[in-house]
Design a protein around this ligand. Structure first.
Ligand code: R5P
Length: 316
C-alpha cells in the first residue's frame, strides 16, 4: 500500500504489538521514539523521527496501569505538538475511566470527562476509539472522534462458526443496542438478562427476557472486567436450558477474579479483541480467544490521513 512520508504512527508502551500490526497493514515502519525514566520515576519520551508538518497518530490503550498509560499518552501528544506535528490523532483502542461518565451519587468525579479534557488540552486534534463504554462519550471531547466498533470483528468470527439456533444475549440492559446489532448481523434472536450491580466487583443476574431453552447463546458486552456480568448471566442462561454458551467482549480487561470466574462458569468460549494485551493469568486460559482489530485501525488511519470517509468502512 502506498502512503507518503507525511504519515507517522507512534506507539505508547501499552500495546506495541497492536501498533506494529497496524503499521504492517499500512506498509510503514513504526515511528521511532525513546521511552525512558528519570531516576525519580518521571517519564521521558524523545522522538527519533522528524515529525514537523506530518500527520501523526499515537496508539495507546489506557488499560492497567491506567494512570501510567494515560500520562504516557499525554506526554507523547505534548512531545508531538512541540515538535511541530501538523495534526495529532490519539488512537485509544481501550479508553480507561470511561465507565465513570456521570455523577450517580454525590461528591464523585466524572472522570471520563476529565480524561477527555486533558487529552485535548495536551494537544490532540482528533481521537480514534473503539467501543467507548457509551456512545455519548464522543460528546465529552470537543474535537472530532472516530468511534469504531469491535462488533464487526467479533460478528465475523461468530458468523464463520455457523452456529445454529443462535440467540444473542445482552447480559445487561444498558447494552441492548449493541446486542441488537450482533443479532441482526448474525440473523439471530435477541434476549436480555436483567442484572443488579451489588458492588464494583459483584453483580447478580435476576431475570431473562426471551427464550434460550435448547438454544446456542452468544452473550455480548463492551467490556469484560471482573467477568461478574458475563458469569452470572451465563449461570442463569444455563439454568434456563441454554446449550453452548459463548461470551464476546471488545475489551478483555480481565481484572481481579475474572479468570477464576470464567474458568468455573458454564461458558464454552470467551472471545475478545486485542485492544488490550492479555494479562498473564488470562494468557493461560485456554477458552479465551483473541481477535485482532489491527486491519480496522489501519484502514481507519489510512482514511483519516487521506481525508476519506471512515463511516463508509462500516457501511461496507
Ligand atoms: C457495564 O455497564 C458494562 O457494559 C459491562 O457489563 C461491565 O463493565 C462488565 O464489568 P464486569 O465484567 O466487572 O461485570
Amino acid at each position: 500500500m502506498f502512503l507518503n512520508d507525511n504519515l507517522k504512527v507512534f506507539s505508547g508502551s501499552s500495546n506495541v504489538t497492536l501498533a506494529d500490526e497496524v503499521c504492517k497493514y499500512l506498509g510503514i515502519p513504526l515511528g521511532g521514539a525513546k521511552l525512558d525514566r528519570f531516576p525519580d520515576g518521571e517519564k521521558f519520551i524523545k522522538l527519533e523521527d522528524d515529525v514537523r508538518g506530518r500527520d501523526c497518530f499515537v496508539i495507546q490503550s489506557t488499560n492497567a496501569p491506567v494512570d501510567e498509560h494515560i500520562v504516557e499518552l499525554l506526554i507523547y501528544i505534548d512531545c508531538l505538538r512541540r515538535a511541530s506535528a501538523r495534526r495529532i490523532t490519539a488512537v485509544i483502542p481501550y479508553f480507561g475511566y470511561a465507565r465513570q461518565d456521570r455523577k450517580d451519587e454525590g461528591r464523585v468525579p466524572i472522570t471520563a470527562k476529565l480524561m477527555a479534557n486533558i487529552i485535548s488540552t495536551a494537544g490532540a486534534d482528533r481521537v480514534v476509539a473503539i467501543d467507548l463504554h457509551a456512545q455519548q462519550l464522543q460528546g465529552f471531547f470537543d474535537i472530532p472522534v472516530d468511534h469504531l466498533t469491535g462488533e464487526i470483528v467479533l460478528s465475523r468470527y461468530f458468523r464463520d462458526k455457523r452456529l445454529s439456533n443462535l440467540v444473542v444475549v445482552s447480559p445487561d440492559v444498558g447494552n441492548i443496542k449493541m446486542a441488537s446489532y450482533y443479532a441482526s448481523h448474525l440473523g439471530a434472536a435477541l434476549a436480555i438478562v436483567h442484572k443488579r450491580r451489588v458492588s464494583g466487583r459483584d453483580v447478580t443476574a435476576e431475570e431473562i427476557i426471551g427464550d434460550v431453552d435448547g438454544k446456542n447463546v452468544l452473550m455480548v458486552d463492551d467490556i469484560i472486567a471482573t467477568a461478574g456480568t458475563m458469569c452470572s448471566a451465563a449461570q442463569i442462561l444455563k439454568d434456563r436450558g441454554a446449550e453452548r454458551i459463548y461470551a464476546g467482549g471488545t475489551h478483555g480487561v480481565f481484572a481481579g477474579p475474572a479468570v477464576e470466574r470464567l474458568s468455573n462458569a458454564p461458558i464454552d468460549e470467551v472471545v475478545v479483541t486485542n485492544t488490550i494485551v492479555l494479562n498473564g493469568q488470562a494468557q493461560q486460559m485456554k477458552k479465551i480467544k483473541v481477535l485482532t482489530v489491527a486491519p480496522m485501525l489501519g484502514e481507519t488511519i489510512k482514511r483519516i490521513h487521506r481525508n476519506e470517509s471512515v463511516s463508509a468502512l462500516f457501511n461496507d
